[in-house]
Design a protein around this ligand. Structure first.
Ligand SMILES: *[C@@H]1O[C@H](CO)[C@@H](O)[C@H](O)[C@H]1NC(C)=O
Length: 264
């Protein structure tokens, strides 16, 4: 389940800065079938009166381990989270054009905090809502772009970093349980996230050849990051949500749900 958490946090972080199109930078993960869990993986029981607290504690226990990855759960190292090459198209409001990025590393996921869990299960239907936040995240990498910013046309190229503070996320997951080979598995039908960012600080060089003008543009971007964020968010989520749903379902197809949440 921690991979889902990571995915949620990841969506919140990256969703704020990118929207992907045909080439997508997620690393390929090999999901080996899991039949038994290591002793240090927390589990919960469906009939527990405090199941929400148990799931919350379970996430909280696993989150710091995202640094090294949790091979017992098919979770690769995620802090830093390394993204391959990716390119993104924007066509909304004040930002129009194309941005290609490479060597992007995202730091901070292992500092995630789960604030609230609401798990419901009725027969084979499962629904979970989770509120989580990451105090601070940093994304850095190299970029190349061809964009129109208001009336300015620029073809910048350089390195960038983005500091995100107080990234909070409300996530809703829905799915159903099914039986396979004597185990209960989960298949998600919906995975929705609503990321909010407290503050954002963007640094990039090479926006324009003149460093002084580069700073002026940066000031502009940093002054209007909320508007940029709002303009990018819908398209970004529309692209990320199906990707995350697919990834979550590959994760749950390899991990019997009854191993992490014991069924009655
Ligand atoms: C972002 O990059 C600039 C220029 O290299 C650097 O001065 C700054 O410290 C970086 N910010 C963070 C948070 O790493």
């Amino acid at each position: 389940m921690s991979s889902v958490l990571s995915a949620f946090i990841l969506v919140s972080c990256l969703g704020t800065i990118l929207a992907a199109d045909e080439s997508f930078g997620l690393p390929t993960i090999e999901f080996k079938p899991i039949t038994k869990l290591a002793d240090d993986i927390p589990t919960c029981h469906q009939s527990d009166n405090n199941i929400n607290e148990c799931i919350k504690q379970g996430f909280q226990q696993l989150t710091p381990r995202l640094k090294n990855g949790i091979s017992d759960l098919n979770i690769p190292p995620m802090d830093p989270f390394e993204l391959g090459k990716s390119s993104y198209n924007y066509n909304s409001g004040m930002l129009q054009g194309r941005i290609a990025m490479r060597n992007v590393a995202v730091h901070g996921l292992s500092e995630g905090i789960v604030d609230k869990v609401d798990y419901r299960q009725k027969n084979n239907r499962v629904r979970m809502e989770m509120i989580s936040h990451v105090p601070q995240m940093l994304a850095e990498g190299a970029y190349k772009a061809d964009i129109k910013l208001n009336d300015m046309k620029i073809t910048p190229k350089g390195t960038f970093n983005v500091t995100l503070s107080d990234v909070s996320m409300k996530t809703r997951a829905m799915g159903e349980l099914y039986e396979r080979d004597g185990h209960t598995y989960l298949r998600l039908s919906k995975l929705e996230s609503e990321p909010k960012v407290g503050d954002m600080r963007i640094y990039a060089n090479g926006l324009v050849p003149d460093p002084a003008l580069n700073d002026v543009i940066l000031d502009f971007i940093n002054q209007y990051w909320r508007q940029l964020y709002q303009a990018m968010l819908p398209e970004t989520m529309a692209i990320w949500e199906p990707q995350m749903l697919k990834l979550a379902n590959e994760f749950f197809a390899a991990l019997p749900f009854d191993l992490i949440l014991k069924q009655n």
